[in-house]
Every structure is written in C-alpha cells, then in structure tokens.
Ligand binder design. Structure first.
Ligand code: MN3
Length: 209
C-alpha cells in the first residue's frame, strides 16, 4: 500500500478570513484533500510493488504515461489533487497579496506586459474554466512564465516530459473551494483570493525551478 499522508495546513483554518472562510478551509483540507490522499494510496496500492513503494508524488505525475492503463485515470486525478492542494495551501498566507519583486516580477512583466495585465489574464481565464479545474502560473523551459488552465485535478507536472512546465501558483476553482461563502460568484472568490497570495513562496518556487 502506498503511504501518502495528508500534509498539515501551514496555518489555522481561520487564517485567511475574511477572504476564504474557516469552514470552507476545514472541509477543503480535512475532507477533499484527505479524499485525494486516500484515493492516491488506493490507486497505487492496486499496482505492483514498484508503484506501491512510490513516495514522491511529483515523480509519479511526471511519469503518468508509465502508469498502467487500469490505474492511470485514478492516479492522474487523485495524485494531481494530492499535489495541487499541497501547493495551494502553501501559496496562501494571512496578510498576503500585493505583488512580487525581483526576477519573478520581471518574468511576469515580460510575459504579460504588466502585473495588472497578468492578474487580468489569470482571473478572466480561471473564472471562465468550464466545470472544475485550476488556473496556473507556470515556469516554462525557456525560463519564462506563462498561464495555463488544467481540467479537474490534472497536474501541470503531467506535462513535464513534453514541455518541462513547473507549477508556481495555482488557483482551485472547483465549487468546493468557494461555494459556501461565494455561492455562484466565482469571480468574487478570485478577486478576494489575490489578498492571500503568498508571493514569497511563489518567488521561491520560481528561483528553485
Ligand atoms: Mn480543491
């Protein structure tokens, strides 16, 4: 049996109030993220020992094409959900927001024109995702940044072999991420979310990628 465990939230459930409410954070972490954790263990657990012994989900996602067909869909979904949410929690903090400086700021300016143009693109395209999915700022193989959307829980890491994309900042636009507080108003959730983005963490990922 694979042995992935639910990563702890790096702050309290109410830390992101009023932008993201405590009840949503608690359910999102203890129910949804836990379900992806359990689903990943179950999916890998049905495979051979070389898969059951995996302990690096990013390595699994990078090599999704090698996963046996009977488990590929489940590993893609639950493994993506497992890693996406770990990135998501760490991409937010109490008193976040503002904008990055340094090399990441330069890369954003080069790719999008300005930080405000980046925000507009990120927000508009994330709000427009049909059904469930994620908006992502990623680093590409040229060392620059770009915006992509991914459906459901499919991770940007699954595009590693072809495109060498590294996820930097992801936004969960599944209804479970906002419905209790914002109901159908996905755009209001995204507008509020900018206030909790942890740019220091995103800068760190950009520098280490
Ligand atoms: Mn979610």
């Amino acid at each position: 049996m694979a042995n992935f465990t639910l990563p702890p939230l790096p702050y309290s459930y109410d830390a992101l109030e009023p932008h993201i409410d405590a009840r949503t954070m608690e359910i999102h972490h203890t129910k949804h993220h836990q379900a992806y954790t359990d689903g990943l263990n179950k999916a890998l657990g049905g495979l051979g020992p070389e898969w059951q012994s995996k302990n690096d989900v990013i390595d699994v996602l990078k090599n999704i094409d090698s996963v046996p067909e009977n488990a590929k869909g489940a590993v893609n979904f639950h493994g993506g959900g497992y890693n996406n949410h770990a990135l998501f929690w760490n991409s937010m903090k109490k008193g976040g927001g503002g904008e990055p400086d340094g090399e990441l700021a330069n890369a954003i300016k080069k790719a999008f024109g300005s930080f405000n143009d980046f925000k507009t693109k990120f927000q508009t395209d994330s709000v427009a995702i049909q059904g469930s999915g994620w908006g992502w700022l990623v680093k590409n193989s040229s060392g620059g940044v770009q915006f992509i959307t991914m459906p459901n829980q499919t991770s940007p890491w699954t595009r590693w072999n072809k495109e060498k994309l590294v996820p930097l900042l992801g936004l969960d636009v599944w209804e479970h991420a906002y419905y209790l507080k914002y109901q159908n108003k996905r755009a209001d959730y995204v507008t509020a979310w900018w206030n909790v983005v942890n740019w220091d963490e995103v800068k760190k990922r950009f520098q280490q990628a």
